[in-house]
Design a protein. Structure first.
Length: 131
């Protein structure tokens, strides 16, 4: 499957496709945050592509980034490393990273690794509460 990314911002629209084993799209419905929806597994093969796209968004000026893992069934250590690195990069420029992770295996992984203590995590993209 191919990783598909689409970014919509208040003032522009940028579409791109990157080959890889996962699918996803990026959208900015409010103009205040960029939501990256990821579909598939985040592993050693797909992590570099995800990292590259998230870093590009930060370099383009994104300061509020939401990564939606609703359709992700697997994340390995390289995927966790990408999230940690992106969080660090965003914080360095005054930005914020939020993860959307519904209950399940990925949420359990974040709890076991205690990464749920450093990330802002929501159960859904529209959920007003953090976990």
């Amino acid at each position: 499957m191919e990783l598909s990314l689409t970014t919509t911002r208040a003032d522009s629209r940028l579409d791109g496709r990157v080959g890889g084993p996962t699918g996803g799209r990026v959208r900015d419905p409010t103009g205040t945050a960029t939501i990256v929806e990821v579909d598939g597994a985040i592993d050693i093969a797909s992590s570099p592509r995800l990292r590259s796209r998230l870093v590009d968004l930060i370099d383009e000026g994104c300061r509020a980034l939401v990564v939606d893992f609703t359709r992700v069934g697997f994340v390995d250590s390289t995927g966790l490393g990408v999230l940690i690195g992106v969080r660090r990069r965003l914080r360095a420029v005054g930005g914020e990273l939020t993860l959307v992770v519904p209950p399940g295996e990925v949420r359990d992984l974040l709890a076991v690794t205690e990464l749920d203590t450093i990330f802002t995590i929501r159960e859904s993209a529209t959920s007003p509460t953090e976990h």
